[in-house]
Design a protein around this ligand. Structure first.
Ligand SMILES: C[S@@+](CC[C@H](N)C(=O)[O-])C[C@H]1O[C@@H](n2cnc3c(N)ncnc32)[C@H](O)[C@@H]1O
Length: 333
């Protein structure tokens, strides 16, 4: 397996010069990097630069802020990150990959990793049986995408695609490709450590559901290896960049039925426990939820479920058989 963002890669010349100037203080070097990028933005896109100061929640201003932030983080990864994730992180990434591709259907032909960063999930997805050529990682940060391409550009993973694109770009591509009432083209859409950068996570998942092919194997996976509690702290520390916290099970269950995401829509891996309170507590440490598409209950176009169906307008959560761990997931070790 290959891992991204490791010490094996070298700093590029600009980052190395900034680090030298900062006498080895990475935090300072990163701040200078952000400063130079913002100065460039001020020159080249003054209106957007102004919006960053006056209206940072404007979608294009927020996207620029995320891009600048993650470009700066990517620039110094060779000196801030280990070559391989820790054993526990690997275990969690493996679990995410196996929930995304549990072997219950054919291997996915389109697997979208939104906010892919360095492509950390790719080797685990491939180990779970996702063909490398089916994987596409998109990220707002061109430097993250560059790191991902360098890290996974050889051998068995080389067929994977990494694109410097936002989630909004992917939605637009899908519309241009004719997605609509007939559903989208993706078998799996994953947000791993990325959903918190969206102001309205529930609306974002609704949009993501529109990317799914109408197949019982299609699914959305929402994950964070450091859990919902970490995201809450992250949001407190960086409220301009981190716009939301991880959705609660109740929030997810409220959208799942109307979106046609499977009756028993929120199925967490069984290692998280069986009682809702215990699951919610476990999600604070490791967040992993899957929402499966279910054509029988409305599909991804938001049509209401059939008369007398199990899920009516977000009510009757218990009737839907919420939280049925172990139904058919195989995320257990
Ligand atoms: C915390 S990193 C997670 C990276 C990766 N998924 C992982 O687990 O290592 C979040 C990434 O999401 C990206 N991102 C945030 N908002 C995005 C958007 N709207 N479209 C695409 N990427 C986005 C950021 O640029 C950043 O690289």
């Amino acid at each position: 397996m290959q891992y991204a963002g490791g010490g094996a890669a070298a700093l590029d010349a600009d980052a190395a010069a900034l680090l030298e100037e900062a006498q080895g203080d990475v935090e300072k070097a990163r701040t200078s990097y952000v400063g130079y990028t913002l100065a460039y933005l001020q020159d080249s896109m003054p209106e957007l630069y102004e919006a960053l100061k006056t209206d940072p929640s404007r979608p294009d201003a927020h996207a620029a802020l995320v891009e600048v932030t993650w470009d700066a983080i990517a620039a110094f990864l060779p000196v801030t990150h280990e070559a391989a994730p820790s054993g526990e992180a690997q275990r969690r990434l493996g679990a995410i990959a196996r929930v995304a591709n549990d072997g219950s259907g054919p291997p996915p032909s389109r697997f979208l990793d939104v906010g892919c960063g360095t492509g950390l999930l790719l080797p685990f997805a491939v180990a779970s049986g996702v063909p490398a050529a089916a994987y596409r990682g998109v990220d707002l940060s061109s430097r993250m995408v560059e790191v991902a391409r360098q890290a996974h550009g050889d051998g068995a993973l080389a067929a994977a695609a990494f694109d410097d694109r936002s989630f909004a770009d992917v939605l637009a591509e899908e519309v241009a490709a004719g997605a609509g009432a007939e559903g989208g083209r993706h078998d799996v859409v994953v947000f791993n450590g990325a959903l918190q950068f969206f102001a309205d996570p529930v609306a974002t998942l609704q949009q993501a559901a529109g990317l799914l092919r109408r197949s019982p194997h299609s699914r959305l996976v929402v994950a964070h290896v450091s859990g919902a509690a970490f995201v809450e702290r992250e949001r407190q520390e960086n409220p301009m960049t981190v716009l939301s916290t991880m959705p609660t099970l109740a929030e997810l269950s409220a959208i799942a039925g109307p979106l046609g995401l499977q009756a028993g829509p929120v199925v967490t891996p069984s290692f998280l426990g069986t009682e809702p309170e215990k699951i919610e507590a476990a999600l604070r440490d490791f967040y992993l939820v899957v929402l499966r598409w279910d054509g029988e209950h409305g599909g991804v176009d938001g049509a209401p479920p059939p008369e007398g169906g199990a899920a009516e307008g977000g009510e009757g959560e218990q009737e839907w058989g919420l939280w049925k761990p172990g139904q058919d997931d195989n995320a257990n070790e």
